[in-house]
Design a protein around this ligand. Structure first.
Ligand SMILES: CC(C)(COP(=O)(O)OP(=O)(O)OC[C@H]1O[C@@H](n2cnc3c(N)ncnc32)[C@H](O)[C@@H]1OP(=O)(O)O)[C@@H](O)C(=O)NCCC(=O)NCCS
Length: 177
């Protein structure tokens, strides 16, 4: 049976929790993919400042997943940025606490995000993910189509490649949960 998560819009006070989940998500999710020293250099404080700025700009959608009164995951996104032809919205980041993974929070966040984007008028959504990231399977499981797009990137001096997944027919209302 799937665990129940409350999915809601983020408020300003959530930025500290989002920064914690995000920073831990990088440390645990990208260990062995990005250089260790680079990952150790990521700080919750710096991340919090960036999330507070992003929230204040109100330029996109940020949803959080709560369990037992605390934030255990988030998703953020908005208009598709350059390089995703044919897609009008983009998921910029989705992270779930390591101890809450595999319980349905990610699917609930993704479904709610797509539903909200559709309600805002988006017809499709795409995202970039590191080619080596095992979380790619999550997107495949949830119907993402591997797009014929590749983008070189660099983290901590290490050259890596991002690939893209797309969903071409969003509909209003939450999917997957
Ligand atoms: C990717 C992530 C958000 C998924 O969240 P989650 O809460 O663990 O996902 P769910 O429990 O909702 O999983 C939904 C389905 O995807 C599958 N899935 C999730 N992660 C998977 C993985 N790494 N490999 C294979 N399948 C996976 C689950 O088994 C589940 O399938 P089921 O319905 O048949 O049981 C989470 O693993 C995470 O935060 N990863 C690290 C950060 C990251 O890489 N984010 C993506 C950046 S682009």
């Amino acid at each position: 049976m799937k665990t129940e998560f409350l999915i809601r819009d983020a408020i300003a006070l959530d930025m500290a929790g989002i920064a914690r989940v995000h920073t831990e998500g990088w440390r645990t999710g990208y260990a062995g993919i990005m250089p260790e020293e680079f990952l150790r250099g990521r700080s919750v404080e710096k991340s919090r400042a960036l999330w507070e700025k992003k929230f204040a700009e109100q330029s996109g959608l940020i949803l959080v997943a709560e369990r037992g009164g605390g934030i255990c995951g988030f998703v953020s996104g908005g208009k598709a940025r350059e390089g995703l032809p044919g897609f009008d919205s983009e998921l910029y980041a989705i992270y779930v606490d390591q101890n809450a993974r595999g319980l349905g929070a990610g699917a609930a966040l993704l479904g709610a995000f797509f539903g909200r984007q559709a309600a805002l008028g988006a017809r499709s959504c795409a995202l970039w993910v590191l080619e080596e990231n095992p979380s790619r399977k999550f997107y495949e499981k949830l119907g993402g189509e591997l797009l014929p797009l590749r983008k070189p990137c660099q983290f901590g001096g290490k050259p890596l490649v991002e690939v893209a997944y797309g969903w071409r027919a969003l509909r209003a209302g939450s999917l997957f949960s």
